[in-house]
Design a protein around this ligand. Structure first.
Ligand SMILES: Nc1nc2c(ncn2[C@@H]2O[C@H](COP(=O)(O)OP(=O)(O)O)[C@@H](O)[C@H]2O)c(=O)[nH]1
Ligand SMILES: [Mg+2]
Length: 343
């Protein structure tokens, strides 16, 4: 059976780029749906003129909310899968066929665009943060995910229906990868171009990055609690299971995230002990980590190094402004936050 696929674009103040993205996508896929997220420019009008169906959100609620709305809309219109693409021209619609080809072979899998093979085109600080994100998100998703931060993806909607999405803004895309991977879905990648022009990002470097980090730590803590006490349990996500139950109330999530983030570093020692000693009575606990053969030591070390990374990043940034290049951070990150699945 051939899937019915549409393209979805969450858009916010993208009047300068949205037309080319839509026209480009329509060359390969007959239907494009744009969610205009309370833009203050003419994004909606330009998108409609370019041939897209436009859903208007009256005030800005962020990428995650727009994506969830677009999933529902595409599902209601009878689509089996959606391809999401950014509105700001950072993704080349001419690469849509790669997603379709991979989807034809692997209908149930998520396919994510990867820019990691174009390292030299990605701003260095961004690339380093992509490596650290990959290190942790891959653990949560039980597999190596090449590029965890790319918004150019193909999602099968039957899979999306099985996941309860509890997060907002930029966190939702990470939540989807983690929960899908942690319920045994394969996450594949296709190489795409890394395009860093002069487009400005809406991502708030501190708030949005902190929100993603807090969510990943929160998820991993719960996952490793479960894996620590159950034998042979590498996959811990179930719809409406413990992960979703703990994420139902916004205040509880915030409190829980603050607590898990603050206690993450000391607790990683606890996990190390649980990993080593509890395994004497619980066979194959931490099944997802154990199969990598690296033990908990690498995770504990990487987590304790995070404050060092932060300090070094600040020193290097100050150094750059003062006109000299230090460059210690790159090798440190490549060494301590590797892709453990490639070993
Ligand atoms: N609906 C909606 N989409 C957004 C919003 N912010 C960003 N996006 C979408 O997400 C894409 C990536 O966001 P961007 O700010 O460029 O992040 P970056 O590329 O990671 O720096 C954009 O091209 C938009 O398509 C938002 O507030 N609402
Ligand atoms: Mg962008």
């Amino acid at each position: 059976m051939i899937s019915k696929i549409c393209v979805i674009i969450p858009a916010y103040n993208a009047s300068g780029t949205i037309k080319d993205v839509i026209k480009g996508a329509l060359q390969y896929i007959p239907h494009v749906i744009v969610a205009d997220d309370g833009s203050t420019d003419n994004t909606a009008g330009i998108a409609a003129d370019a041939g897209a169906e436009v859903v208007e959100i009256n005030r800005n609620r962020g990428k995650g909310h727009a994506l969830k709305l677009l999933f529902k809309k595409a599902f209601a219109e009878g689509y089996d899968a959606v391809i999401s693409i950014d509105a700001d021209g950072q993704h080349d619609p001419n690469e849509i066929p790669s997603f379709i080809h991979t989807h034809e072979k692997h209908t149930n899998d998520i396919i994510v665009g990867s820019r990691m093979h174009e390292k030299e085109k990605i701003p260095r600080a961004k690339y380093n943060s992509m490596l650290i994100a990959r290190f942790y998100i891959s653990f949560a998703a039980n597999q190596s995910i090449e590029d965890t931060q790319c918004g150019f993806r193909l999602y099968p909607l039957s899979l999306i229906k099985k996941i309860v999405l509890t997060t907002d803004r930029y966190v939702t895309e990470t939540e989807i990868l983690i929960k899908a991977g942690d319920m045994q879905t394969a996450i594949r990648f296709v190489d795409i171009r890394a395009i860093y022009g002069n487009n400005s990002s809406h991502l708030r470097p501190v708030i949005d990055v902190a929100a993603i980090t807090a969510y990943v730590i929160f998820y991993l803590t719960i996952k490793w609690y479960i894996e620590g006490v159950f034998p042979d349990r590498p996959f811990t996500y179930r719809q409406n299971g413990i992960h979703d139950m703990l994420s139902q109330n916004k205040i509880i999530i915030y409190l829980f995230q603050v607590i898990t983030v603050l206690t993450a570093v000391p607790f990683s020692f606890l996990f190390l002990i649980e990993y080593t000693l509890l395994s004497l009575i619980i066979k194959n606990n931490f099944a997802s980590v154990r199969k990598l053969g690296c033990g908990f030591f690498k995770i504990t070390l990487a987590s304790h190094l995070l404050p060092v990374v932060l300090i070094l990043a600040i020193i290097e940034k100050a150094g750059n402004i003062a006109g000299f290049k230090i460059g210690m951070l790159d090798s440190l990150i490549e060494k301590f936050y590797p892709d453990l699945w490639q070993y």
